[in-house]
Design a protein around this ligand. Structure first.
Ligand code: NAD
Length: 422
């Protein structure tokens, strides 16, 4: 990491660029190809007025970045969050390119977002925001062009509004423009839990390698949204892991004897947060990350494990549900301490993999059973895990560097084969 001092640990795009350079240094790829695939292919910034229920009007900014389309249409979620900015979207779009390449599915990478606070909006306001943002980017998305999906603070209902808005714009119903849709609109069985299920499949393989018995293991999980809550449930109920701590944006809860995730989910449905759950102690998000446990699952936002706290992490495996939760600076410390980090672009690829299955089913107009979806997902995740693990072992690098090496090679190969236009 010779140029490490020029990167800012708090900036996801800097962390992506640093990690790209660490992997690229080990590959024999022409510099112009590396330069091309490191940066986004194209970026859209849209500004539009948003009318709130009380009549107030505010100007919002939205983004859609198509990082790469060499291996197929751009693919990636849409995030509504106050922290969304162009650099964050660029970093997340790049991660999608590498993730699709690691999973070896025929998509490129994209990401979108609107800088806003949807938690203070009514459903009607979120609908108006979604329809206007999608109308703004409609010319640039489509089933063969760029296919959005849910991310932080967006869900199947938001995807349904996207289907409707895009279909009105095109003049015919087009449900393959997004994935993560409700079943009634062409969604797939298994999509809601796909990212968490994929995490569980790679965890099973990692546990074998690290000789950890999952039924005797403990886990702490940061974030209790789509990824975190479903991961907590699957780890507890399917793998027999004792989940000792979970958290959300308001704080965390901890019970060393284990939490009943079903009961915590009920509590969240009633109160809106995990905090004040009766059968646990209160902890902060920072405390959760450094609890004594076997498996730590960051499943909230970027830059949670940094050089500030990495030394204090006690888990044996970090399973990255979130995108970009660990910085390369932290990676060095964790690796030195013998902690196995299963990187985002491998660990949480289950979501985009089942999105790919959804897109295939939409195009074929033929739907699969949930057990078909799960069996195919397990195959993809297990193959990706061993592709990365074998490369990491051969090259004596971390799983993250190996995953980037594999992905960069696959995308670079597509560029070499396609050549230069004109
Ligand atoms: P979500 O909106 O469903 O849930 C996010 C969770 O994180 C919520 O519990 C929220 O309270 C919590 N949170 C937000 N800010 C926080 C903070 N500062 N500290 C602690 N907790 C905080 O989102 P999601 O879809 O579960 O996504 C979570 C992460 O997983 C993101 O990094 C996302 O990019 C990544 N991811 C999601 C998918 C997917 O299929 N949804 C797929 C791959 C990766």
């Amino acid at each position: 990491m010779s140029t490490i001092h020029t990167y800012d640990e708090l900036k996801p795009l800097d962390m992506h660029n640093l990690q790209f350079d660490i992997a690229a240094e080990r590959l024999n790829i022409q510099p112009w190809i590396l330069e091309k695939i490191k940066h986004p292919r194209r970026e859209f910034v849209v500004r539009f007025p948003m009318r709130y229920d009380d009549g107030r009007v505010e100007l919002l900014t939205g983004y859609r970045v198509q990082h790469n389309t060499l291996r197929g249409p751009a693919k990636g979620g849409i995030r509504y969050h106050p922290q969304v900015d162009l650099d964050e979207v660029r970093a997340l779009a790049a991660l999608m390119t590498w993730k699709c390449a690691v999973a070896n599915i025929p998509f490129g990478g994209a990401k979108g977002g609107v800088q806003c606070d949807p938690t203070s909006m009514s459903p009607q306001e979120v609908e108006r925001l979604t329809r206007r943002y999608i109308w703004e980017i409609s010319p640039f998305i489509g089933p063969d062009q760029d296919i959005p999906a849910p991310d932080v603070n967006t869900n199947p209902q938001v995807m349904a509004w996207i289907v409707d808005t895009y279909s009105v714009f095109r003049g015919h119903t087009c449900n393959s423009v997004v994935t993560g849709k409700p079943l009634e609109l062409g969604g797939t069985l298994g999509r809601l839990t796909a990212t968490a299920q994929g995490l569980a499949y790679v965890l099973e393989e990692a546990a074998k390698i690290r000789k950890i018995s999952l039924s005797d293991a403990t886990a702490a999980i940061q974030g209790f949204g789509n990824v975190g809550s479903n991961a907590a449930y699957i780890l507890e109920n399917d793998l027999g892991v004792k989940v000792i701590a979970v958290s959300d944006v308001h704080g965390g809860i901890y019970n060393p004897r284990g939490l009943s995730i079903r009961a915590v989910k009920d509590w969240v449905n009633r109160t809106g947060s995990v905090i004040n759950y009766p059968d646990a102690d209160t902890i902060t998000n920072e405390e959760l990350l450094v609890l004594p446990c076997d498996i730590l699952v960051p499943a909230a936002l970027e830059n949670q494990i940094t050089k500030k706290n990495a030394e204090k992490v006690q888990a044996r495996i970090i399973l990255e549900g979130a995108n970009g939760p660990t910085t390369p600076f932290a990676d060095e410390i964790l690796e030195g301490n013998g902690i196995l980090v299963i990187p985002d672009i491998l660990a949480n690829a289950g979501g985009v993999t089942v999105s790919y299955f959804e897109w295939v089913q939409n195009i074929q107009k033929l739907f699969w059973t949930e057990s078909d979806v799960k069996a195919k997902l397990r195959m993809v995740m297990t193959k990706a895990f061993y592709d990365v693990y074998d490369l990491a072992s051969r090259e004596k690098v971390s799983m993250r560097t190996a995953a980037y090496m594999l992905a960069i090679e696959r995308v670079a190969e597509a560029k070499i084969l396609r050549g230069i236009f004109p």
